[in-house]
Design a protein around this ligand. Structure first.
Ligand code: ATP
Length: 226
């Protein structure tokens, strides 16, 4: 709600947030061992990337701007603003929030954006930073853009409490956990893993089975409903 009042979150963002809270409740509002494994694999993938990017929308900025910046620093990743309901005013507000949280440079505001293929919404516009990236973390993303980023050849890491969403299904690695717990957990992993050599990071990332992860998370939710 605060995020909406500050002009960071769009009204539709509140609905997405409510969906997330419902799934979190069903998962016991805690990070499961499977989510921890996904968080570790995701960090390994981002650390092994040549040009990792963290893409931040209004909800992500409202919920965890400070931790997103800490994670970007720990991963040596760029941080960019990307909005579904695009407005320059909101872009600037989110960029300011990230700068207040310690980001030295925020990508994705102003400038000449590139367009990803096969996307009709305003989200087809992506900043050069993201265009050039090989691995991207997209917390609370929508399915269309996830699919388009994967089709553009990027390794995509989603944070999404709904293991059935299109985003969750299309991403390379899906972290089914609340962003407010997932990002701090990823910071811890980044500190632990950053001394590993690139091949070890790649092995760790690629040994992760996202299909199995999603089925496990789905069955946990179904069990909690019995
Ligand atoms: P898709 O387009 O991927 O099929 P969708 O239409 O639900 O899914 P969005 O409206 O962009 O896509 O939803 C954002 C997703 O973020 C939802 O699946 C929701 O469960 C999830 N979500 C919301 N709040 C949080 C949170 N705090 N932590 C993690 N995930 C969250």
């Amino acid at each position: 709600m605060k995020g909406l009042e500050k002009g960071l979150v769009a009204q539709a963002g509140l609905i997405a947030h409510g969906r997330g809270e419902a799934f979190d409740y069903l998962l016991g509002e805690k990070t499961t061992p499977w989510a921890k494994k996904a968080e570790e694999a995701a960090v390994a993938l981002l650390l092994s990337a040549k040009n990792p990017v963290i893409s931040v929308n209004g909800n992500a900025a409202a919920l965890c701007a400070r931790d997103a910046v800490k994670l970007a620093n720990a991963l040596n990743a760029k941080i960019e603003v990307n909005l579904f309901y695009r407005s320059l005013d909101r872009e600037m507000k989110i960029a300011k929030e990230l700068e207040k949280a310690g980001a030295k440079k925020v990508y994705g505001t102003g400038g000449k954006p590139k367009r990803i293929k096969n996307l009709s919404s305003a989200r087809r516009m992506i900043d050069n930073a993201l265009w050039e990236s090989d691995a991207v973390l997209i917390p609370l993303e929508d399915g269309d853009r996830t699919e388009a980023l994967v089709a553009a050849g990027k390794k995509v890491i989603a944070i999404d409490l709904n293991p059935l969403s299109r985003t969750a299904r299309k991403a390379t690695i899906t972290i089914v956990d609340n962003i407010t717990r997932a990002i701090p957990e990823m910071i811890k992993h980044a500190k632990k893993l950053n001394s590993l050599d690139r091949q070890k990071l790649i092995d760790l990332a690629y040994s992760f089975n996202n299909q199995e992860n999603l089925s496990t998370m789905e069955s946990l939710i179904r069990k909690s409903l019995k």
